[in-house]
Design a protein around this ligand. Sequence first.
Ligand code: DQA
Length: 155
Amino acid sequence: MKPIHILNGPNLNLLGTREPQIYGHQTLADIKAMCEAAAQALDTSIVFEQSNHEGVLVDLIQRAGNEASAIVLNAAAYTHTSVAIHDAIKAVSVPTVEVHLSQPAARDAFREKSFIAPVAAGSISGFGAFSYVLGIEAAARLARSGADANKNKGS
Ligand code: DQA
């Protein structure tokens, strides 16, 4: 099985010190270590990336389209703004699981809209770093079942 690519958007490099009352005290390195352990337990592996730049995230999604079995994506603030990332997910033939540490729907009104959800296989949010573990489990199941990656990409 190809690795699961775990892609992280803007400001997630600051986890640990960034609004810990919302995002917790774990750093992105801590989350990466959790993801590696979760993947190992599922007999798979991960590639873990973070960028603050929208176009770089588009490049990483395109790369995952060739090199990954599935994508776990926390697009962070670009979740709520990015047509480019929406289109990139639609353009690749691997399933994407949307994850968030917090529960965006329970926060500011502008976080209610996700440009990722309509093209993701599913979304997991609100469980802190554990959202990533659940996301990896979902991604591995999707990859192994040969699920139709384009199932939700019709519109
Ligand atoms: C986030 C939620 C987004 O609304 C926010 O912009 C982030 C992090 C999360 O993981 O909870 O940067 O994606």
